[in-house]
Design a binder for this molecule. Sequence first.
Ligand SMILES: [Fe+2]
Ligand SMILES: [Fe+2]
Length: 328
Amino acid sequence: MFFHVKELQYEARPERPDPIYAKKLQEILGGEFGEMTVMMSYLFQGWNCRGPEKYRDMLLDIGTEEIAHVEMLAVMISRLLEGAPLKAQEDAVADSPAVAAAMGGTDMRDAIVAGMNPQHAIVSGLGATPKDSVGFPWNGNYVAASGNLLADFRWNLMAESQGNLQVSRLYEMTTDRGVRDMLSFNLARDYMHQNQWEAAIEELRQDGLEQFLVPGTMPLDRVMMDQAHTFWNCSAGTESKIGRWAKGPTYDGQGEFSYIADPAPLTDDNGMAPPPNPLLHGTAKQPQPPISSGPNPRANGRDGRKKSPDDVVVSARGGRGQGDRAGA
Ligand SMILES: [Fe+2]
Ligand SMILES: [Fe+2]
């Protein structure tokens, strides 16, 4: 059960309308690394969690907090859109400097030219939409919920990092004190969340549930472990040899990094695909005769039934080809 509390988690009150900034702010609401993505990821990770209860409870806590962040952003976007250029307002601004001042000094014609999102007026009536800053709809493919907590917690740390990077960039794109005040709260919460995911990864290790490799349950005698610690220098230059990834013990505790400066294929397999299935009409190495399968209404009558449907392959030469089974 979910229960809605009327107050926002934190204030979302801009100093003045700014429809262009409202469009930009959509990125951290409905973009790939926006609040909707982390909200849905954490909730699904929680609902799908089959591990210890503390992980499930923690996931549902943070997933629910992210709903509150979606709400704050939606409210902020609506308030930034308050002065958007509807025709009557636009005329009023043009006629009266006093009205323009009352609307925060935003030049509405500039707003149109600079690219307010017209759907903010036409589609949502000056409200937020579940889309990113260029209008691409949020979609469920952004969500990660794998059932493996280490894989998911690492993804969560990545998402909080990308999200906070975008929040920081948006912070620099406004001087509005009200917007900056809310964003400073968002930045702080996602610093907490970066800390939280690192702690959760550590907790999995201390619980002995996961260590470093994902999945930790694959027996290593089934893995080609002599290939598990080699760095392949697959570009010109050997500057990459300098890094930690090229020397010293590996993080799985199973060996040492080594650097292959001049890598060569481990096989003489040239990777050629098998010949095409004639009924898929791809280009083969040699010219192929025309071929099809099943009834041919042009040859056999409109219902295609004068011959048995089992006479499946019809080629220009009248012979039966490789596709016999396809019509059976
Ligand atoms: Fe958030
Ligand atoms: Fe977060």
